[in-house]
Design a binder for this molecule. Structure first.
Ligand code: UDP
Length: 416
């Protein structure tokens, strides 16, 4: 039921320390020393697609570079679409959808999790870290004698009661429960177990490269995006919570003023745990067909997805992240690191990253989104200034070494 993800990438610890401010290095070394030689195992649903996979692909080599033994396992896709359809419903209910999960569906969830728990018993570790609802129950059932941490990466601020109630006993079985936002914490979880810190982006991976806009536009031209005219970009899975239809609605308004503008919705379908993506994509494609200058990127077709997405973030004249709900939204920090002021939707995770009017904008409606896109297109000097502020914000708050330090401090506190 579990598959180990092989990671052979090695990072030199001095490269990590380059991104730790000098006045924080001693404290960082101290927390690293406390975890030396310990073994930490991470479990999540999928090895590719989605922010958690992006984080773990970097976190494991960072931990190893710092002397912590670490491995990463994912749920074998062979468990089947039925399981992932149920967990997708659970995910949507935890984000506030009033979704009924049937007794049969809960049974599918329980049965697969019991099998995952059996596999977990065979994995040796000092700390077991479980990410998101898919393997949540398995972590609660397995390794009763071990230190266990649950990471909730989604916006549970308005979780649908019946589904939350069903999962709450499993969540409270963990020694620590981590949320990315104070607003997502539920009263039912003992405060002593709760920790809050945000994810972050890895500045050492090619995905975070800053390249000149013209070069990035030339790269995208191979995929049908013209090199001229303003380009609006959203990099996000096709998911209702990311509100791609709202982006199209806004883009149509932008086209009245800027008829040569182009929109790229970049949402390559990589994740194995999101069977609903195709139907969202089909809905968006049906709407996109009726307007010119909209390119959708869904089928991977052998494309180097991180490179393509990185180029799109660099090439954009306006980056949008129109999410309604978002645990965090790595794609926001990624664009900010590339000096893009992001126009974000009202999701808490997005609001956490953007200071409205300073390093980006927060909007609530399609009209507002259109106005802010046009504002950035019409005011390149202000855009540049806001982009510089965005880069600084990302550097100060949303880079990997800060998150790794938070992880290590959490593990150490858990072992006490
Ligand atoms: N991503 C990408 N290409 C795509 C769609 C997404 O590279 O076509 C990446 C995106 O850049 C980010 C991650 O997938 O690194 C998505 O993480 P995020 O936290 O933004 O959202 P999630 O998918 O976890 O809801």
């Amino acid at each position: 039921m579990l598959k180990k993800i092989l990671i052979d990438k090695e990072i030199k610890s001095r490269r990590i320390f380059r991104f730790v401010p000098p006045n924080r290095r001693a404290a960082f070394r101290n927390v690293v020393a406390g975890m030396h030689g310990k073994r930490v195992v991470h479990i999540n649903a999928t090895g590719i697609g989605g922010g958690v996979a992006v984080i773990l692909r970097s976190l494991v080599p960072y931990l190893r570079a710092l002397g912590v033994q670490s491995d990463w396992y994912v749920i074998d896709p062979a468990v089947g679409d039925d399981f992932f359809t149920v967990t997708n419903k659970i995910h949507n209910a935890l984000q506030g959808g009033r979704i009924r999960i049937t007794a049969h569906e809960w049974k599918i969830y329980r049965d697969v999790n019991r099998s995952i728990a059996d596999d977990l018993e065979k994995i040796d570790c000092d700390i077991l870290v479980i990410h998101d609802p898919q393997p949540l129950l398995a972590g609660a059932l397995a390794h009763r004698d071990k230190h266990k941490i649950f990471f909730s990466h989604i916006d549970t601020s308005a979780a649908y009661g019946p589904v939350w109630k069903k999962l709450a006993p499993a969540i409270t079985a963990y020694k620590r429960v981590v949320f990315s936002n104070r607003a997502f914490v539920h009263a039912g979880i003992p405060q002593s177990k709760v920790r809050v810190f945000t994810p972050a982006i890895d500045p050492l991976i090619p995905k975070q490269t800053v390249v000149p806009r013209a070069r990035a536009r030339r790269y995208l031209a191979r995929f049908g995006i013209p090199t001229r005219g303003p380009l609006v970009v959203q990099v996000s899975r096709f998911d209702v919570w990311k509100n791609p239809l709202g982006v199209i609605e806004a883009f149509r308004l932008v086209q009245h003023a800027q008829p040569d503008a182009h929109l790229a919705l970049v949402g390559f379908n990589e994740a194995k745990d999101n069977p609903a993506a195709a139907s969202v994509y089909n809905d968006v494609a049906a709407v996109a067909k009726s307007a010119p200058h909209i390119s959708l990127f869904f089928h991977p077709h052998g494309i180097d997805i991180p490179r393509f997405s990185m180029m799109a973030q660099n090439a954009a004249d306006a980056v949008v992240q129109n999410s309604i709900k978002e645990g965090f939204g790595l794609s926001v920090s990624e664009a900010m690191w590339k000096r893009q002021p992001v126009i974000g939707g009202p999701a808490s995770g997005v609001r956490k990253q953007i200071t409205d009017g300073v390093d980006g904008f927060i909007v609530r409606t399609a009209e507002e989104l259109a106005r802010k896109i046009l504002f950035l297109l019409d005011h390149p000097a202000i855009k540049k200034k806001m982009g510089a502020a965005a880069r600084e914000k990302a550097r100060d708050h949303f880079l990997f070494p800060r998150m790794v330090r938070d992880h290590l401090a959490l593990y150490r506190d858990c072992l006490k």
